[in-house]
Structures are given as C-alpha cells and as structure tokens.
Design a protein around this ligand. Structure first.
Ligand code: UDP
Ligand code: MG
Length: 139
C-alpha cells in the first residue's frame, strides 16, 4: 500500500527568486498538509550526502555546488498516495519536458536548477525526511 508521506525541498534557485510562497501555495492547494518545514542551508558535504546515490554521475559536482549555494526550504508532506501525487505536481526533472501547470514548468530555470525536489519512493521519503527532521515522530 502506498504511504501517505513524502519529502520535498524548495531548491536555492526558487528560494532566491522569491518563489517560496507561491510554491507552498501550490502544494497546499493540491491537498498536501505540511507536517514539518524550515528554511536552512546544506554545506557542500551535506549536499553530497543527500545526493550520494548520484555520486558517479557527471552532474554530481555541479549539483552539490548548486545545492549548497543558498538557502533551501525542506518539508515533510502528508496526503494519500503522497510520493506519486507529489511527483506529478512537480513535473519532469528537465523543465523543458515538464507538463503545463507543474511546479517545475512554472518555476525551474534549468535541469539542474529545477526549483524543487520530490522523493521517488516511500523508503526514500522516510530517509530524506529524517535527514532534515530527526525528531519527526513529534509531528
Ligand atoms: N540533475 C542534473 N542534471 C541531470 C539530472 C539531474 O543537474 O542530468 C539534478 C537535478 O537538480 C535533479 C537532481 O539532479 O533534480 C536529482 O536527479 P534525479 O534524476 O533524481 O531527478 P529528480 O528525482 O529530482 O527529478
Ligand atoms: Mg530523484
């Protein structure tokens, strides 16, 4: 059975462009409840840990430099079928391929600076949520 939580973070391009509020509004209007949220930073080392699954990929160095370049807004979200429904709301990784009306179509600048993260499985949602909110049981 699909879980009811996912993890997201608004990335430095979207936070820097002043789109945090507009993105949160879209997330809430799509029926997701914000369980936990903060504005914070990742060091290059922490960004490397978060994206460790991609460490052999050619974009890894650029990605971890970018993800540590400015503030981010990580969140744990709740909704039925959360992981799949949230991936639909954000759209494809490359904004050129993202469907009309998706967050990445509206706000992403490039395949790298693509505005927002969304977990790809229930298991990763749990791991990624704990990466930022160690005390999530309280929420
Ligand atoms: N990324 C990139 N170049 C690529 C593919 C991905 O810079 O060719 C970045 C992009 O920011 C993406 C992140 O790496 O969101 C993680 O890649 P993944 O394939 O997991 O995409 P996502 O799950 O975020 O859609
Ligand atoms: Mg991914």
């Amino acid at each position: 059975m699909a879980g009811n939580r996912t993890f997201t973070m608004i990335k430095p391009d979207a936070v820097g462009a002043g789109n945090t509020g507009a993105i949160i509004k879209m997330i809430e209007e799509a029926g997701f409840k914000i369980v936990a949220m903060k504005k914070t930073y990742m060091s290059k080392e922490r960004a490397g840990q978060f994206y460790a699954v991609h460490k052999e990929r050619p974009f890894y160095q650029d990605l971890t430099n970018y993800m540590s370049s400015g503030p981010i807004v990580p969140m744990i979200l709740e909704k039925d079928n959360a992981v799949e429904d949230f991936r639909k709301l954000i759209g494809a990784t490359n904004p050129q391929d993202a469907a009309e009306g998706t967050i990445r179509k509206l706000f992403a600048k490039s395949i790298e600076a693509n505005a927002i993260h969304g977990s790809d499985s229930d298991e990763n949602a749990e791991i990624e949520g704990r990466f930022f909110f160690a005390d999530v049981e309280k929420f």
